[in-house]
Design a protein. Structure first.
Length: 263
């Protein structure tokens, strides 16, 4: 038995080295993400996936990095990588069917991408139903999101209200992206705006580039919530804050124009 010890120590040391290398790459990806250098983030996850092709989290983050790059890059580049993005998210849910983040990413992909290049209401709804089986509350939130894209306002509100009714059963909210969604339905439909404001405050305090929705949108939702709460001065402050962050945020521009027209 003793003669195997040197080999065991060698293997253990090699594994430690691999883990250290992985940790270093993950740290580098985080640094690049904070700088919005998504091309570099995607390259790192490509490298990590070569060693761990069955890691669902890596597939999800790879797809997310490509999506982030598409948002800030040229439309031509985005078109050439849409299939790669979709495949990355599908790999994530194939490897981990309960991966809620990847399900949400696919829903967002299918509703926001034009039908000619992969968008699909039916595919979005398939992911909604899969999410519904994991978490009914998130499923109704996601269905509201899809109907909102389809401009089915009443259906979107109905689903938002169903989601809110299930919120107490959901338990403590651990994922920051869900906090934004709760704030959003409060802002759009006046569903418990005080609760929405509380959730958005936590969202902003814990914001990360991986949360998906930029801070400018959170600021604008806060403006809408204060509008619901009949506090116009605070609403105006938050709208201006949103436009300082993202001067071309059209809904904020329109809200501000309406606010000025009332005076």
């Amino acid at each position: 038995m003793m003669r195997w010890l040197p080999m065991l120590f060698f293997v253990f040391g090699m594994l430690q080295g691999i883990q250290a290398q992985t940790d270093t790459l993950l740290e580098q990806a985080e640094v690049y993400a904070q700088k919005n250098e998504w091309r570099q983030v995607a390259k790192i996850y490509e490298e990590l996936l070569e060693d761990e092709p069955e890691n669902a989290v890596y597939w999800y983050r790879y797809g997310g990095a490509l999506a982030k790059r598409a948002q800030s890059g040229s439309k031509l580049w985005a078109l050439t990588y849409l299939g790669t993005m979709e495949n990355a998210f599908n790999m994530a849910v194939a490897l981990d069917p309960k991966n809620r983040e990847a399900r949400w990413a696919l829903i967002d992909f299918y509703v926001s991408v034009p039908g000619l290049v992969g968008g699909s209401f039916e595919k979005a709804m398939q992911q909604v139903e899969a999410l519904m089986a994991i978490s009914p509350m998130e499923g109704h939130l996601a269905k509201s999101y899809v109907y909102e894209y389809e401009e089915e306002e009443q259906l979107a509100q109905d689903e938002a209200e169903l989601a809110y009714r299930l919120l107490k059963q959901y338990g403590p909210i651990k994922r920051n992206a869900i906090r934004y969604q709760i704030g959003k339905i409060g802002a759009l439909y006046g569903i418990d705006p005080a609760q929405g404001k509380e959730q958005l405050q936590v969202y902003m305090a814990n914001y990360s580039v991986y949360d998906g929705v930029p801070l400018a949108w959170a600021y604008f939702r806060m403006a809408q919530l204060y509008d619901c709460l009949k506090q116009p001065d605070l609403a105006l402050d938050w709208c201006n804050k949103a436009l300082q962050k993202a001067p071309r945020l059209k809904p904020a521009q329109e809200w501000l124009a309406q606010h000025r027209a009332k005076k």
